[in-house]
Design a protein around this ligand. Structure first.
Ligand SMILES: Nc1ncnc2c1ncn2[C@@H]1O[C@H](COP(=O)(O)OP(=O)(O)OP(=O)(O)O)[C@@H](O)[C@H]1O
Length: 265
């Protein structure tokens, strides 16, 4: 079966990539990227190592300008908008980097407070109560005075998540959130991500190759190919697993799911 083609943008489309090309200097990483992300959905960017998943995310959060195409957020072109508008849109983004990027010299609470102190005029008492609220959401209030070096991998991710939510973003970007976590911690993080979508109505873009997690949480997604430097499949991970016969996508979707469940067929 041919890969699904991206649907036309509708009123529930929050973000739309239209014919995007991404390059570092002369080196094209991906081209002809087109997809829409629905408000309140979890969208996965998938593909083999080095195909450009993080680069797509980097561009969507405003760190890499495409060399062609349009990136619309709520119908407005992000890159041709004036810088003030772009900044307003960027304030809607919360980002959890693969490394978590917590400041090692600051406590968990200070890490979460930093974006509020730098980018808002909140008074210290409000900052403190917001920090406690965000840490409570990820079950990390008990670690408010701990330093990143004192945290487990899963706790670091949750602290990074609390910081990503510091400014109440409605669009969250996660780069490999469960990388390096054991299956139980990873499943807990999945539940947390689902809560962000269902409880806060956030729209989430996730880069991941963890199939159990993708099958559980993602509503839609795109599969990037390193060789042709283009997306080769579009759809929810479980749909791609069941219906996509593109060899590379099939191998990616089946090998890991079967390994995970112990199946060998
Ligand atoms: N700043 C940069 N300058 C030049 N090339 C870069 C830069 N950042 C990434 N690349 C290249 O872009 C390609 C895609 O990298 P990217 O990190 O987006 O892939 P990925 O799919 O996220 O990989 P992985 O799954 O291994 O994390 C790679 O060939 C990488 O070397």
């Amino acid at each position: 079966m041919a890969p699904q083609t991206p649907a036309t943008a509708t009123s529930d489309t929050l973000m739309s990539l239209q014919g995007i090309t991404l390059a570092f200097g002369p080196k094209v990483i991906q081209k002809d990227i087109s997809f829409n992300i629905k408000r309140g959905s979890i969208f996965a960017v998938m593909g083999g190592s080095g195909c450009g998943k993080s680069t797509v995310l980097k561009s969507m959060i405003g760190l890499l300008r495409p060399t062609a195409g349009h990136y619309l957020v709520d119908g407005e072109d992000y890159w041709t908008a004036d810088p003030a508008h772009r900044q307003t849109v960027s304030r809607r983004f919360g980002v959890l980097f693969q490394s978590t990027a917590l400041w090692s010299s600051l406590t968990v609470g200070e890490n979460v407070a930093l974006p509020m102190q730098m980018l808002t005029k909140m008074d210290p008492a409000t900052v403190r109560s917001q920090v406690e609220l965000k840490l409570g959401l990820v079950d990390m209030l008990h670690a408010i005075d701990q330093y990143p070096s004192e945290l487990s991998g899963g706790m670091k991710k949750r602290a990074g998540l609390a910081r990503a939510m510091a400014l109440d973003p409605d669009i969250l970007f996660f780069d490999e959130p469960s990388a390096g976590l054991d299956p139980i911690t990873s499943a807990r993080l999945d539940d947390l991500i689902l809560n962000l979508r269902d409880g806060l109505g956030a729209t989430i873009v996730i880069v991941s190759h963890e199939l159990p997690s993708l099958f559980k949480i993602a509503d839609d997604g795109i599969f990037l190919d390193a060789k042709t430097k283009t997306p080769i499949a579009h759809g929810a991970p479980s749909w791609l697993h069941d219906h996509c016969d593109e060899p590379q996508v099939h191998a990616f979707m089946h090998r890991e799911r079967e390994t995970e469940s112990g199946r060998t067929d």
